[in-house]
Design a protein around this ligand. Structure first.
Ligand code: G3P
Ligand code: CA
Length: 375
């Protein structure tokens, strides 16, 4: 064989070798989770154990912690006087008695209230009225919590230390909140590298490398979080709507003829595969380690949205070496369906049920743990 033939063959095999390396299988989702210090599959207690106790209050977060949830999830806002606190809604009407304490300001955004005003509200009684079968006298008078107080709760049980899964909620309302969050986490030691013996324990997600996960629906907030805290795992939340993943149909709920939003959302689909993939690609390019897609609940309840955890979607995300944490499911039938579709963790209002589904039973019942905490 002429010399140049064998040289060409060598070159070809080197090129093929490089090609094979480039086409190598992505790391398994479990390996990606482990590398980031995130349990797999992860139990993310959505606004705390918010099926059993008023969302985002001490009762809900202490219960989620003591049940053994991996993460306490919270929506971050900033008070008029600059204090970070946990609240999902834009205003205070649904989950507090703002209408009786501040009737003239009942529709105002929560961020137009000082911390003292927020603390004067009853954030528990609404739950007793809405869910009489789960009501408890001790829920009346529960307060809105600052981020500091949620951190105290996360650190408060020596036998189980959950991590924090923090969403910058409507971040355009809060310029600079990404920096404020970084400063607070730094002050509280939550950005320090893992090092303690406890950090190596499965019971101490909140002391390991994945002790904080940051999440947002806003692309610009993801970029700011990445600038501020490049070492902290991040998730881009996914949603089908104008301004988010482009929907197939432009028909609005009001014109859809649907009786309820869940039915409307269940029919929403990305315009095409590319519309979905663009968002996952953006997440990857911006430093996220995964996505947080919506799901359709079998009960089509309040938190049922479009199904963005179809197997091809999860495969696409996994092929980019990223994780899928789906929101928000509470029933075994839905846990099974999304696990079968390939997700890596679930936001749930019922941490007790999800832990039991994953065969990680808690040390006590919901009632026992609430009572131990004085509720
Ligand atoms: O953060 C994930 C999930 O909580 C997103 O939905 O509206 O409950 O914050 P939302
Ligand atoms: Ca949230």
């Amino acid at each position: 064989m002429p010399a140049h033939f064998s040289q060409n063959a060598l070159l070809l095999s080197l090129l093929l070798g490089v090609g094979q390396l480039q086409a190598a299988e992505p790391a398994s989702p479990k390996a990606v989770a482990t590398a980031n210090g995130i349990p797999h599959p992860a139990v993310i207690a959505h606004r705390g154990a918010s099926f059993d106790a008023p969302e985002s209050t001490a009762a809900a977060y202490k219960l989620a912690r003591d049940l053994g949830a991996d993460y306490l999830e919270l929506d971050l806002q900033r008070s008029k006087d600059g204090v970070l606190f946990a609240l999902h809604d834009d205003n205070l009407q649904r989950t507090t008695d703002v209408a009786s304490k501040f009737p003239e300001r009942k529709n105002s955004p929560a961020n137009e209230f000082t911390l003292a005003e927020l603390k004067s509200l009853d954030a528990g009684s609404w739950f007793n009225t809405a869910y009489p079968d789960r009501a408890r006298p001790a829920y009346a008078g529960l307060q809105i919590l600052t981020l500091d107080e949620v951190i105290d709760i996360a650190q408060g049980n020596p036998r189980h230390k959950p991590g924090l899964y923090i969403e910058t909620k409507e971040p355009k309302q809060f310029p600079g909140i990404e920096r404020d969050l970084k400063d607070k986490l730094q002050d509280r030691g939550w950005l320090s590298p893992a090092g303690s013996k406890l950090a190596k324990s499965e019971l101490a997600v909140g002391q390991g490398k994945g002790k904080v996960v940051l999440q947002t629906f806003e692309k610009s907030s993801l970029q700011k979080l990445q600038e501020e805290m490049p070492q902290v795992p991040k998730i881009l939340l996914l949603w089908v709507a104008e301004g988010s993943i482009e929907p197939q149909s432009k028909v609005k709920f009001a014109d859809s003829g649907d009786q309820d939003k869940a039915t409307f959302y269940a029919r929403q689909q990305p315009k095409d595969n590319a519309a979905f993939e663009q968002w996952v690609d953006f997440a990857k390019a911006s430093g996220a380690i995964g996505t947080g897609p919506s799901a359709t609940r079998s009960d089509l309840g309040d938190q049922s949205y479009s199904n963005l955890v179809q197997p091809w979607m999860n495969r696409y995300t996994h092929d980019l070496g990223m994780l899928v944490h789906v929101y928000t499911l509470d029933d075994d039938v839905d846990f099974k369906s999304v696990m079968d579709a390939g997700v890596d963790g679930i936001f749930t209002n019922r941490a007790s049920e999800l832990l039991s589904y994953y065969k990680r039973p808690a040390t006590g019942t919901v009632a026992q743990l609430l009572e131990l905490n004085g509720f």
